[in-house]
Design a protein around this ligand. Structure first.
Ligand code: 5AD
Ligand code: SF4
Length: 486
């Protein structure tokens, strides 16, 4: 498992807290599993419930309402959450009989009322598009009834809900720009749990960024399952764009334009974005990245497999050659751009040759970071209906180990390329390993650690990179960067 992956997994399932405010005296304990979208959704939920008077708590035992925002992407994610639900139920039985328990997010959407009927572990089930209904649903459960809302929406983007930043470092924040996914990759449960793709009004995106800027946030990550597919034409599903009026089509805003608007209006804010799907990433986006210093030179560009045959089985809409052409274009336009991948090993029908093609594609790209997984069949997906999960677990795992080992080599190779350079770093907080060192990130998203001196959290600092470990850069600050502001 890569260092990045280990860190990602450790971050999962944290209890999320905000500063207490005066309210109805009720305490909310909210935990989040899964992707960054889920974390951001938990911030939306916290905002809705803060308006209802809830205070957040980190102490499970004292909570009146326990919410877990869940992930369905792999079976293991669901198992982890089931264990957490057992833990909540044990606490409820032992010490807090009045506690109410709710599941949010992808697992709620996938399993719907099954949670209430079969498992009897929860009072409340709410899908990703139904969080505005939480106040009503909570009234229901307080009256002793179970409550469910798993309706998916064509319109909902929570554009007007101002997220309560949970466990924030005060420096970087997420802003969602699209919801749902229309790609229909055959392995993926997301189109079923998060519905069809829709984009958020660019004015509401800019307004949220303005709010973050006013609170001194320095970095914004634009989020979506597929950000490059962003398209605002006055509201509605992406798939309905073809039926939009001529004027709506002519004034539509795509992702390259949104990125340009953000970077131009907030020249002192750093922008990142995730996730990019190769078939939707346009050259315009890459040129926009190159044009603006404040758009970070890092693209998370999942490939899933290096074999065109497997990519077809996955319904990925691009070949190995098309992916490599995109990568070559990225490096041509932005030579120092960092890239990361998602790869699945042991998808249906994957031969040893297919696996070798994934390894050779990695050799070509030499990704900076990677997130790698063994294929996990998900009920309801096209692959589960039409294809046989025919690769033995031991083979999936062996291929995964080989891919992780190669990624570690490449990460180390890429990390070493920074040594000797002076790079701009945004300070995020104290290094985990040393109280006297800051940690931050360079534009490529590599973690940089250096002595604190008189610099502070949220400062943009130029750091001379002197050394590195396999995934971290070590250096010394040589002064504030020209971008520094308070
Ligand atoms: N099995 C294993 N990995 C999966 N992913 C998505 N669905 C599955 C699955 N069924 C991985 C993909 C995706 C990342 C978020 O999770 O690599 O890009
Ligand atoms: Fe998990 Fe995907 Fe849902 Fe995110 S969108 S929580 S990764 S299933």
């Amino acid at each position: 498992m890569s260092a990045e992956k280990i860190i990602e997994e450790k971050k999962q399932g944290q209890a999320l807290i905000t500063e207490p405010i005066n309210g109805n005296g009720k305490k909310l304990f909210i935990e989040s599993y899964g992707c960054q979208m889920n974390l951001n959704d938990s911030e939306i939920v916290a905002s809705i419930l803060t308006n209802e008077g809830f205070n957040t708590t980190q102490i499970l035992e004292e909570a009146d309402l326990v919410l877990v925002n869940t992930c369905s992407i792999r079976e293991k994610a669901e198992q982890t959450i089931r264990k957490r639900l057992q833990k909540y139920n044990a606490v409820k039985k032992d010490s807090n009989k009045k506690m109410k328990i709710g599941v949010l997010g992808c697992m709620a959407e996938r399993l719907k009322t099954k949670f209430l009927e079969e498992e009897k572990m929860v009072d409340l089930v709410v899908g990703p598009d139904a969080y505005r209904d939480l106040p009503n649903l909570i009234e229901e459960i307080e009256a002793g009834r179970n409550a469910v809302n798993v309706l998916l929406s064509k319109e909902e983007t929570y554009a007007d809900v101002s997220p309560v930043r949970l466990n924030s470092n005060g420096v970087s924040a997420f802003v969602s720009i699209t919801r749902g996914c229309d790609n229909m990759c055959t392995f993926c449960v997301v189109p079923f749990t998060r519905g069809r793709e829709r984009s958020r009004d660019p004015q509401s995106v800019l307004k949220e960024i303005r709010g973050l800027f006013d609170q001194n946030f320095k970095e914004v990550t634009l989020l979506g399952q597929n950000v490059d597919s962003y398209l605002w034409y006055g509201g509605g599903l992406k798939k309905d764009f073809v039926r939009a009026s001529e004027i709506a089509k002519a004034t539509a805003v795509d992702f390259a334009q949104l990125l340009d608007m953000c970077a131009t209006e907030f020249p002192k804010t750093r922008f990142r974005f995730a996730t990019s799907n190769p078939q939707d990433m346009s050259l315009d986006v890459i040129h926009t990245m190159a044009k603006h210093k404040n758009i970070c030179k890092y693209i998370h560009l999942p490939v899933q497999s290096g074999s065109t045959k497997i990519l077809q089985g996955m319904n990925r809409q691009h070949t190995r050659e098309e992916y490599l052409e995109l990568v070559d274009n990225i490096f041509k336009i932005i030579p120092d751009c960092a890239l990361s991948q998602d790869i699945i090993t042991g998808f249906c029908g994957e031969t040893e040759e297919d696996h070798q093609e994934t390894l050779s594609l990695m050799e070509h790209v030499k990704y900076d970071f990677g997130f790698m997984f063994a294929y996990s069949e998900r009920p309801g997906t096209l692959a589960s209906k039409k294809m046989e999960d025919d690769i033995p677990l031991a083979t999936k795992k062996r291929r995964l180990t080989e891919i992780i080992a190669l990624q570690q080599e490449h990460s180390h190779y890429r990390t070493k390329q920074h040594v000797g350079k002076v790079e701009e770093v945004l300070i995020e907080g104290t290094s985990k390993k040393s109280d006297v060192h800051w940690k931050g990130r360079n534009t490529q998203n590599t973690v940089v650690v250096f002595p604190k001196e008189n610099y502070g959290i949220g400062d943009f600092v130029n750091v001379k990179i002197e050394d590195c470990t396999s995934a971290t850069l070590l250096g010394k600050a040589v002064g504030y960067s020209e971008n520094n502001w308070h």
